[in-house]
Design a protein around this ligand. Sequence first.
Ligand SMILES: Nc1ncnc2c1ncn2[C@@H]1O[C@H](COP(=O)(O)OP(=O)(O)OP(=O)(O)O)[C@@H](O)[C@H]1O
Ligand SMILES: [Mg+2]
Length: 254
Amino acid sequence: MTMTIAVAGKGGTGKTTFAALLIKYIRSRNLGYILAIDGDPSANLNLVLGMDLPDTIGHIREDTLAQISRGRYDTSIPKADFFEYRINEALAEGDRIDLIAMGRPEGPGCYCAANSILRTVIDRLGNQYDFVVIDNEAGLEHISRQTTRDVDKLFIVTDMTMRGIAAAGHIVRLIKELGTRVHETYLVINRAESDIPPLMREEIARLGLNLIGTLPQDRTITEFDLTGRPLIEISEESPIYKAVTEIAAKAGIR
Ligand SMILES: Nc1ncnc2c1ncn2[C@@H]1O[C@H](COP(=O)(O)OP(=O)(O)OP(=O)(O)O)[C@@H](O)[C@H]1O
Ligand SMILES: [Mg+2]
């Protein structure tokens, strides 16, 4: 059984950072093989994982549709098989981690059929792994656009502000409206410098958010970012990594 984990939240709150550290945790505990999905159009999960991206799904979709419109597509091959074959061209393979990036969303024109085939193909691909970890762009619509798979664990990352908490509450409402099946939702407060103020705790409870833990502001992350070093190489002794391991264990990722 594949465990699907998604990370969502407002822009710049630390989604990619959290996703990368979670992937590091799964790998260092030898929990299984991981498919990482970068749902951000300006793909950057590859940088924190230190992997080269051969291509993106968005580009393959454009290219395939162009081939079809030019009559260069062999109609004896079912489209799903063709996409499946081509998606392998976009798969970056690493040490127990494979990565696929969604790339740019569709431009004008109807891509519904292609998207629905792609969803099936990505779902099928995900089934070959023990874990699928999806790093989303800010917002959430794409969770249902890109995959039909149920999300076992959704982490909403926020900064330590009331507005951030409100945005997290909004994401939870949106998920319900979109009908995405999410089994467990957790709130992660990033860059927590102090204890959570009582008023904030009250708001978290009022919105029915499940606070699972906090991540400290970490200077090593800034250094890695500055020097372009992949975050996945951060020391297992670093406070932020330790915080992620505690959160992951608490969420039942083992
Ligand atoms: N706890 C932290 N301590 C120090 N720096 C951090 C921390 N969390 C995130 N950062 C830095 O903040 C920036 C934004 O983080 P990140 O890219 O993970 O956010 P994001 O939510 O994925 O952003 P986007 O919405 O653009 O995808 C990055 O430069 C990252 O290195
Ligand atoms: Mg990001």
